[in-house]
Write a protein that binds this ligand. Structure first.
Ligand code: 5GP
Ligand code: ZN
Length: 135
């Protein structure tokens, strides 16, 4: 896609700190990292959201994510690593080219995870039934 910033990175039209590249995927450091080593993993095909991606592309991307975990762990020595994907602007997706975030975590880094609220068994059943009926 011509005016997609990540497609431009793939085509080397704009620079990026690339950490890994193969035929179908690219991984590079986030320009605005939540922590050192924050890496973005993308398909070289332009898909906006997870549901638009082909299964083959998803397999390629997740393989690249997996490949990077150990090197990032060794390089940065975090206490853990979050893998995240913001799907659609309402969930915080800013760049409309599907990407996984690999985010090394450090003790006291202040990046809180989502905090859940306890749901009743009836509510859980209702929601699960609704999702299952649409599969
Ligand atoms: P989103 O909010 O869409 O899930 O994440 C987009 C991410 O891309 C953000 O963390 C942002 O810092 C990063 N980003 C945006 N533009 C660029 C860029 O030009 N180069 C790099 N390396 N990262 C970018
Ligand atoms: Zn793109």
């Amino acid at each position: 896609m011509t005016d997609c910033i990540f497609c431009k990175i793939i085509k080397k039209e704009i620079p990026a700190s690339v950490v890994y590249e193969d035929k179908n995927t690219l991984a590079f450091l986030d320009i605005n990292p939540v922590n050192p080593g924050h890496t973005l993993v993308i398909s070289k095909k332009h898909f906006e959201t997870l549901e638009e991606a082909t299964e083959d592309s998803l397999v390629d991307i997740i393989k690249t994510v997996k490949k990077l975990i150990k090197p990032i762990d060794k390089a940065l020595n975090p206490v853990g690593i979050n893998i995240a994907l913001s799907n659609k602007p309402g969930a915080g997706q800013v760049v409309p080219h599907m990407h996984f975030h690999i985010m090394p975590r450090f003790k006291g880094d202040g990046h809180e995870l989502f905090e859940g609220k306890k749901a009743s068994p009836e509510t859980l059943k209702q929601v699960a039934d609704k999702i299952k009926s649409l599969l």
